[in-house]
Design a protein around this ligand. Structure first.
Ligand SMILES: [Zn+2]
Length: 420
């Protein structure tokens, strides 16, 4: 009997904690997506590009998928209609208008009692009539507003609009400057613990890191890239705290970097580097997580990046490293996977011949002793003339930065430790 009571107690407690964290997570996820959108609204230049819209759309899609049965899921679905509408307004792409109609329709059908359901049908009708020349589609959606939502705030407008469609009158409700379109607002401040990220710009000061054929020093690339990652993280993840192990050109040994992460109580540690090879021919992106079981090539790179630690890796150190890292290895591997995937796919959209040089594991001192999921990103090859040139540019650095932040975001949303 006592056992049974205990079981119920534990179960009750567990579901309370789980329920609480679930609510906060849906809230937090929606806010991150909304923040992405709010930032985009404030950036006229970015609105003209496709990628920033797609980034926000992905965030809303994630909320919709994960929290379909919560209010946040419904709001995310409506927002998708809205984002595609705004994207289409900028891109003038017919497929984007169609997608907007589809998303609004999905919302109205799935959440028919939601207060925005009539708005969704109305928006869909406006686009069908004004942009897709689909008279029947527009009429069907307007009739739904008039018939099923006759007490709603859109019924009157829908009647007038239907008359115009019947008469073949051109309308202008999809001009975003003229149209009043509702967007679900961001949620109230969430009380979830904020995430702490320590970024580690590789090398610095006396330690130049690798030097490219055109004289570019690795230490001078890792800092601006890390600073851009910090800015992106703040944009993409609500309430994130970001610290850099160095914010200037100064010498730091690997131990100092690890202790810094420890002191800041980092949840994630990301070390930023540029790769180098003797021949200068190798190219591509590599992402590492710490492991002592590594292949020969990884071993070579590790010895190159570890040079400043001023010692060779002993077997004992390997064992200690493995023990320290064991609990975080699963998390590190998952983080490496999502960050790597994001960098390669984003760069490939803009640049030809981006090589996916895989997620690997190796023994990096800078990752040893960091108790949280930690990775080392080799952003490209500084020893390759073409990649050296790219690495210097603001555009290339920005894509890498947005991808690292996006990859971390994906990881937070998708990765659940096995113990849960
Ligand atoms: Zn390096």
């Amino acid at each position: 009997m006592k056992k049974l009571v205990l079981v119920f107690l534990v179960y009750g407690l567990w579901s309370m904690i789980y329920g609480l964290s679930f609510a906060e997570t849906a809230d937090q996820a929606y806010n991150s997506a909304h923040e992405c959108y709010a930032n985009l609204r404030g950036d006229a230049g970015a609105q003209k590009l496709r990628e920033p819209w797609e980034r926000c759309i992905r965030l809303f899609e994630m909320v919709r998928k994960k929290y379909a049965r919560s209010p946040e899921g419904a709001e995310a679905q409506y927002s998708l209609g809205r984002l595609y509408e705004e994207l289409a307004f900028n891109s003038k792409n017919l497929a984007d208008w169609k997608r907007s109609v589809k998303e609004y329709g999905s919302f109205a059908r799935a959440y028919s009692t939601n207060k925005l359901a009539d708005d969704a049908y109305f928006r869909a009708a406006c686009i069908e009539w004004e942009k897709l020349n689909d008279k029947n589609g527009a009429k069907k959606d307007l009739i739904k507003v008039i018939k099923y939502y006759k007490n709603g705030d859109k019924a009157g407008e829908a009647k007038k609009y239907l008359e115009a469609v019947d008469a073949g009158t051109p309308m202008n409700e999809t001009d975003l400057k003229a149209a009043v379109v509702k967007v679900p607002p961001r949620k109230t401040e969430n009380k979830a613990k904020s995430i702490i990220v320590v970024l580690d710009p590789g090398h610095g000061g006396n330690d130049t890191g690798a030097i490219g054929p055109d004289g570019v020093k690795e230490k001078d690339l890792t800092l601006p890239i890390s600073q851009k990652i910090a800015a992106e993280l703040k944009k993409q993840i609500e309430g994130v705290q970001v610290y850099l192990t160095r914010n200037e050109d100064k010498t730091l040994d690997l131990g100092e970097r690890v202790r810094f992460a420890d002191k800041k109580k980092a949840d994630y540690f990301i070390s930023v580097h540029a790769n180098a090879s003797k021949s200068g021919k190798e190219r591509g992106i590599q992402t590492y997580y710490l492991n002592n079981a590594s292949d020969e090539a990884s071993e070579r790179l590790a010895s190159q990046e570890n040079k400043y630690a001023g010692r060779k890796t002993s077997n004992l150190e390997k064992i200690i490293a493995t023990m320290l890292q064991n609990e975080a290895t699963d998390g590190s591997r998952a983080l490496a996977g999502s960050v790597h995937k994001k960098i390669v796919s984003s760069l490939s959209k803009k640049y030809s011949d981006i090589e996916d040089d895989k997620v690997r594991s190796a023994l990096f001192y800078v990752l040893v002793g960091v108790k949280c999921p930690s990775i080392l990103v080799e952003t490209s090859y500084i020893s390759n003339p073409k990649e050296e040139k790219r690495l210097k540019t603001d555009a290339y650095q920005r894509i890498i930065a947005a991808s690292v932040a996006g990859g971390l975001y994906d990881n937070i949303k998708n990765y659940k430790p096995k113990t849960l």
